[in-house]
Design a protein around this ligand. Sequence first.
Ligand code: ATP
Ligand code: MG
Length: 446
Amino acid sequence: MIRKLLRRVFRRNATAGTGLTTIPRSRHGIRREQVSPAARRTCEGLQQAGFKAYVVGGAVRDLIAGIKPKDYDVATDATPDQVRNVFRRSRIIGRRFQIVHVMFGAETIEVSTFRAAHNEDTLKDAHGRVLRDNDWGSIEEDAARRDFTVNALYYDPHTEAVLDYHNGVADLKQKTLRMIGEPRARYREDPVRMLRAVRLSAKLGLTLDPAVRAPIREMADLMENVPAARLFDEMLKLLFSGHAVECLKRLRSDGLHHGLLPLLDVILEQPLGEKFVMLALANTDERVRAGKATSPGFLFATLLWHEVLANWEARKKAKQLSIPALYDAMDEVLQVQAEKLAITRRIAGDIKDIWSLQPRFDKRSGKSPLRLLEQPRFRAGYDFLLLRAASGETEQELADWWTEFQDASHERREEMLLPDAGPKKRRRRSPRKKPGGGGESPGEGS
Ligand code: ATP
Ligand code: MG
């Protein structure tokens, strides 16, 4: 009788998020060998030094869901300095939160000290967004500070038990994404949680708890106060999650896609642009899931291509010569984006390479096709052409021609070349272009 009562109380506590449930290996299913050796050694090192240490967050969630974790986080009651003293190869990273990177071979484990609960002294902006929190606390407080119940799980590699303070394992098994605490308050503290809700639910195939979903539409504007660099990081995670198409669908159905990537909403509202972007995202998803390399340059080149096309068209209509018009259009589109997105110089260079190759695919006579094949960025440019054809922006026949031409024999290539377009007015170039300089301009070779 008493036991029954205890069990009921215990269960109620657990659902209310105030009780700790210790879940044994037989119920959560994580085998120690599945956990990265570096994460295990980090926990072991800290525990041997007398501290508590657990694998925490996304890695535990993913392991229970049967997904291979991307990276591992460890939470501990040791301070950053104490962690630093345990591991020879480690360093303190002092960004928004102070954390320690512990290195084992090529792997880096992020170790953070349990965080304290927020109180009246917590520094916030005018909209309630938390600006700083570096106070250390207990594991219970640390769990309560995390965003979703499925993210507040602590795995001890030594005992192989999972500590679950908010019923996260049950939510995960029931495929529900539930917020710890009151969703509106948690979104005000950090609006990026709205994006995380969408991304994680798409990645894990979870349904948003109605209380998590309902406020998003009306609170989406809070995203405007989030610093651009943080938003860009989150967008990169989303675009390269392997579930970008699903994420974007969910962002739209939850009214969250406006203003995330400037212009993305505009692009998605042009029929051709939408098809192109969706194909590009599906292509990226496939590559991510197959473990193939992906490049931000290529993806951003696709996201912004229809902006470039529109800008280029307008310039040609205003009688600017085609190739200089393209270059000016590229610069203008990138400049607008650079202000809001933290696109690095290197990525911008990759984007421009891909765009500037496009007009060169139209030239199928003389020497230019062979020269194009020798371009170091030919492959990226060609992949981009395939997407353009698949979306209907250019002819499939052109893409097929290049598919055949690049692998054809010398004789077959000769056959394939189209006759010259006839005598052209030659513009004299004086002085000549500097010899041997880097990439060719798209106008050359005709
Ligand atoms: P993934 O690594 O698959 O992108 P994740 O949940 O591990 O997803 P991380 O950014 O690696 O995401 O965060 C690690 C953990 O930190 C989360 O699982 C969560 O417990 C906590 N966390 C991350 N961002 C927030 C946030 N904005 N608010 C509260 N807790 C957060
Ligand atoms: Mg993670």
